[in-house]
Design a protein around this ligand. Structure first.
Ligand code: BTN
Length: 252
């Protein structure tokens, strides 16, 4: 596959054979210096890979993409920070769609193939006074792993879908190019375009589905979309309620 050149995303590369977490490493880096925009930190193995809500991110050594990008989204207001999820999820979705069918974004930023998770994204921001100084976009994408430990919920890799093995460097170049495409759209203020593409790519949108809310209450509902702050809007019992990330979970 021919990889388009990027302007800045992924140009400055920091490769570490092993590290606790590329996100933690990138956050330490921006606390001490100002690496160039689009700098990426990638590794073969994380001993303490971070997932959402304090979870651990599993990845067999050398098999998958484990990478964190540093961006300085100067035009993005704090109240619009959900667009960091939007632009990065669209980029990873497009990348995976080069190899797999039925690729969707499970709100807020998991990438699913069918009913299985192929990639996760962890966005961690640093603030200066009350605006965004830098954003670390950490991406774990399952590429060549052939089988996963039993305790990982519904994982899948590109290789499991296609029975092929991939060059991780090539996948990283493609990822950098997809990220830059959507990042530039976000920086240009094209929020409505990004929003409509995100809504089109949403997993289980407008189909009846089951959820748990507030930790244990089971509900049936239909995802309508997201509100201005990126909360998930679910229609249940004729009422649309907007939920934050910690308030609702899908039953897969
Ligand atoms: C999720 O829970 O779905 C988010 C997972 C994000 C994992 C990636 S792997 C590279 C980067 N470094 C980390 O420690 N986490 C992210």
């Amino acid at each position: 596959m021919i990889t388009p050149e990027t302007l800045f995303t992924g140009k400055n590369k920091i490769y570490l054979q092993q590290v606790p977490s590329t996100n933690a490493y990138a956050l330490e880096l921006i606390a001490k210096t100002t690496p160039s925009e689009g700098t990426c930190v990638f590794t073969d193995y994380q001993s303490a890979g971070r997932g959402q809500i304090g979870r651990f991110w599993h990845s067999e050594p050398g098999m998958n993409v484990l990478i964190s990008y540093i961006f300085y989204p100067k035009t993005l207001l704090l109240r619009d920070q959900f667009y960091l999820n939007v632009f990065s999820a669209l980029a990873v979705r497009d990348l995976v769609a080069l190899y797999c069918d039925d690729v969707k974004i499970k709100w807020p930023n998991d990438i699913y193939v069918g009913n299985k998770k192929i990639a996760g994204i962890l966005v961690q921001n640093t603030l200066r006074s009350n605006h965004l100084r830098a954003s670390v976009i950490g991406i774990g994408l399952n590429v060549n792993e052939k089988s996963f430990p039993e305790d990982i919920p519904n994982p899948v890799s590109i290789s499991q879908q296609t029975s092929m093995t991939y060059d991780l460097k090539e996948i990283i170049s493609l990822l950098s190019s997809k990220l830059e495409y959507y990042y530039l759209k976000m920086n240009a203020g094209q929020y409505q375009l990004l929003r409509s593409q995100y809504l089109n790519a949403m997993y289980r949108k407008l189909v009846p589905a089951n959820f748990t809310v507030g930790g244990d209450k089971a509900i049936s509902g239909i995802i309508q979309g997201i509100d201005e702050q990126g909360r998930l809007q679910v229609l249940s019992d004729n009422i649309v309620t907007a939920y934050d990330f910690r308030e609702i979970a899908y039953v897969i």
